[in-house]
Write a protein that binds this ligand. Structure first.
Ligand SMILES: Nc1ncnc2c1ncn2[C@@H]1O[C@H](COP(=O)(O)OP(=O)(O)OP(=O)(O)O)[C@@H](O)[C@H]1O
Ligand SMILES: [Mg+2]
Length: 357
């Protein structure tokens, strides 16, 4: 096969972290578009949100009206954009797409809203990042299907009311807590997306392999699923890397052995921990006796910025129950010790405790 060893090496050395990052990056969104479920029935997992949303849409269809506004919240890569597109597809209406950061002035929003037709779906991604004036205009549009467009400045300014045909707003946010109450209250339905179970990710990996034309064995799929941190985006990404490996170093078939070898090469371990995650618990257990130790100290010890440790590594470690954040600092749980193959200390280290100033 005309594939050079150094190409694989380049792939190996770069982007180790990004393999397990939940956020999409670079041209990944284009790749993802091909793997997105197109109907509610194709969506794997999220049974509750799917049932609730299905009802909202079906009822609206029966009444011949635009469905209530929908808010989708949850961590990156769990399917918010996918569901927004499905809402428009299920209602057989066009989807207009924008995002909070793109709406810097209320005028930007007025321009979008005035171009809407009855029943259109307006998808506002990262809705928590919209500017205040735009947010206030949106409240009014959501409730009364009307906005006031202000023309001119100062004492001569006049507000011109503008009618908007009934539409459905679909907002997506990774930070529902940052949404002001009045905005949150104007959504008729909020779907909170949860992390996926391994058997659900397993189905997703099979489905994606089918779409990508990858030959995949059941054990290979299960291995990818179990290392995907509950996140379909990561599952799809790991599948693409395992496929590379299968193609270059094996006969193209993703078996258990191929999946294990590929993911070991990319330093994604059995639970989906990457090099940084492991460094954090390793340092915490081996060097600081399991803590408590301050996050700044921990960051220095692993050679990373404090923010990186706090925002990138810790959330997943906490979710796994490997690390606890206490007022006195971070501590490793017995599960973390076990994952490293170590026995936790018999007694908590009282005098060895490190405090953060
Ligand atoms: N329930 C699902 N079934 C199958 N594939 C899914 C599902 N949810 C998400 N995916 C896949 O995961 C990828 C990421 O999903 P999506 O872009 O919808 O996530 P998101 O929640 O919008 O993330 P972000 O917060 O980064 O915008 C998509 O390519 C999609 O194919
Ligand atoms: Mg999205």
């Amino acid at each position: 096969m005309p594939f050079h060893e150094d190409e694989l090496e380049a792939a190996e050395s770069g982007h180790l972290r990004s393999l397990t990052a939940a956020e999409a990056e670079g041209d990944e969104r284009a790749v993802e578009a091909a793997l997105r479920p197109k109907t509610l029935d194709e969506v794997v997992g999220q049974a509750r949100v799917r049932a609730q949303l299905g009802l909202v849409l079906e009822a609206a269809r029966q009444r011949g009206r635009a469905p209530d506004h929908v808010l989708l919240s949850g961590p990156p890569g769990l399917g918010k954009t996918t569901l927004a597109m499905i809402i428009a597809a299920e209602m057989a209406t066009p989807l207009r797409l924008t995002s909070g950061p793109a709406i810097t002035h209320a005028g930007d929003l007025a321009a979008i809203l005035s171009g809407m037709n009855e029943g259109d779906v307006l998808f506002v991604d990262e809705i928590h990042r919209m500017s205040r004036p735009a947010e206030e205009m949106l409240y009014m549009a959501m409730e009364d299907f009307r906005v006031d467009v202000v023309i001119g400045k100062g004492p001569g300014a006049t507000a011109i009311p503008l009618e908007i045909p009934p539409f459905t707003l679909v907002g997506a946010t990774t930070r529902a807590g940052l949404l002001p109450g009045p905005l949150r209250d104007r959504f008729g339905f909020t779907g909170h997306l949860e992390f996926y179970e391994p058997h659900e990710l397993d189905l997703i990996v099979h489905r994606s392999a089918g779409l990508l034309g990858v030959e995949l064995r059941a054990e290979g799929a299960a291995e990818i699923a179990s290392r995907s941190r509950g996140t379909p985006r990561i599952a799809n990404r790991l599948l693409r890397r395992v496929r590379d490996y299968a193609q270059v170093r094996a006969d193209g078939v993703v078996t258990l052995g191929v999946a294990e070898a590929a993911l070991d090469l990319y330093e994604v371990d059995q639970l989906g921990l990457d090099r940084l995650d492991r460094a954090v618990i390793d340092v915490l257990c081996r060097r600081f006796g399991g803590g408590p130790v301050g996050v700044s100290t921990l960051a220095v010890a692993v050679g990373e910025e404090r923010e990186t440790v706090e925002e990138v590594a810790e959330p997943f470690l906490v979710r796994l129950g490997f690390l606890a954040r206490t007022p006195r600092g971070r501590i490793a749980t017995p599960a973390a010790w076990a994952h490293l193959g170590l026995a936790p200390p018999a007694l908590p280290t009282v005098d060895g405790t490190l405090f953060e100033d």
